[in-house]
Design a protein around this ligand. Structure first.
Ligand code: NAD
Length: 314
């Protein structure tokens, strides 16, 4: 088994790499960046030095095909993507990375002429805003009504994954996180709860630039879900919601202050609500793939604050 992790230098990528290496699974890292900052937060430097890493763009069709063929890749966790603000500002470049990049992953799996299993990040951004849906949680059967280019690109990827199974028998699972938090989460529209935790530990003021509800999902749980999907033998092209804890930004601030009392008065929130329904039903994933954890929010925030404190040498 040899796993190609794309977007390995990102938040979820670093946590997925940690989880795979803890299982002694061979990995090849791929990312446009070579920085290693997030990986160094989670893996010992000596361990990191031993992992092969390739730098490049996922929209480079020939490069992706070559890596999958020549590195003996049997599984792919595909995470590399441009996030919402970039896709809104530059939809053409966003589509190249997110849609063409994902097609490249599946095409490389097909060209490998041996089974290659794919687990890829879709997103809750495939849903529309709260008012488009009735009360209750949205399940995988509800209609997708994305309101951003990014959400439309993710929906396209889910469709392309389905076609690759129908025509080429490539099994895949797409997972739809809502908002991931934990050390390493520092990019994208919904990184602010984590940035608030980091500021709390640094003793600095921070204003979360969003209000209203979010479904917060602990990075370690999200990584575990990706890895368990990768290790499962579920055939077909599946897409699952990921479910965490639905909370308001005021509740997040209150929890941080309870767990890190010196942060009292430093944190606030102001701004819009993210226009994506956040009551997602994650039961389909839990019934098809065993052992997907759901760390209680208080525990996940405590762990994150402790990790930030250790990283600061506090
Ligand atoms: N974090 C969340 O809350 C969340 C929610 C829903 C979906 N997702 C999806 O999960 C995946 C990972 O998200 P994350 O939070 O780790 O993001 P991140 O921004 O921390 O990491 C993304 C990584 O992809 C790399 N990348 C971007 N464009 C690339 C390209 N063209 N070629 C190669 N590498 C490229 C970046 O350098 C970065 O290291 C993404 O597909 C994202 O859309 C994340």
């Amino acid at each position: 088994m040899r796993v190609l992790v794309t977007g390995a230098q990102g938040c979820i990528g670093a946590w997925v790499t940690r989880s795979l290496r803890e299982r002694q699974i061979d990995v090849v890292l791929f990312d446009r960046e070579a920085g290693g900052e997030r990986l160094r937060m989670l893996l010992p430097a000596a361990e990191l030095d031993r992992i092969p890493a390739v730098t490049g763009a996922v929209e480079d069709t020939a490069l992706i095909a070559r890596i999958v063929r020549e590195e003996g890749v049997t599984h792919i966790v595909h995470l590399a993507a441009a996030l919402i603000p970039f896709c809104q500002a530059q939809p053409v470049e966003g589509a190249l990375a997110n849609v063409i990049g994902t097609l490249n992953i599946f095409a490389a799996a097909r060209a490998a002429r041996r089974p290659v299993r794919i687990v890829y990040a879709s997103s809750a951004a495939v849903w529309g805003p709260e008012e488009f849906y009735g009360s209750g949680k949205v399940s995988e059967q509800d209609p997708l009504k994305p309101q951003t280019h990014y959400g439309v690109f993710k929906q396209a990827n889910e469709g392309n994954a389905r076609v690759f199974f129908q025509t080429d028998g490539i099994s895949s699972i797409g997972l739809r996180p809502w908002s991931v938090y934990g050390v390493g989460r520092d990019q994208g529209l919904t990184a602010d709860p984590t940035l608030a935790m980091r500021a709390a530990v640094a003793g600095e003021p921070y204003q979360i630039r969003l209000t209203g509800h979010m479904d917060l999902q602990y990075a370690e749980d999200v990584a575990e879900a990706f890895v368990r999907c990768l290790l499962s033998d579920l055939a077909g092209a599946h897409v699952f919601n990921l479910e965490g804890a639905v909370v308001t930004m005021e509740e997040v601030i209150q929890l941080i202050e309870e767990l890190y009392p010196s942060a009292r008065g430093l944190l606030s929130c102001a701004g819009p609500q993210v226009p994506v329904v956040c009551r997602m039903d994650g039961s389909a994933l839990r019934s098809k793939i065993g052992g997907v954890p759901q760390t209680p929010l208080r525990d996940g925030i405590r762990d994150t604050l402790e990790r930030f404190a250790r990283l600061r040498g506090v």
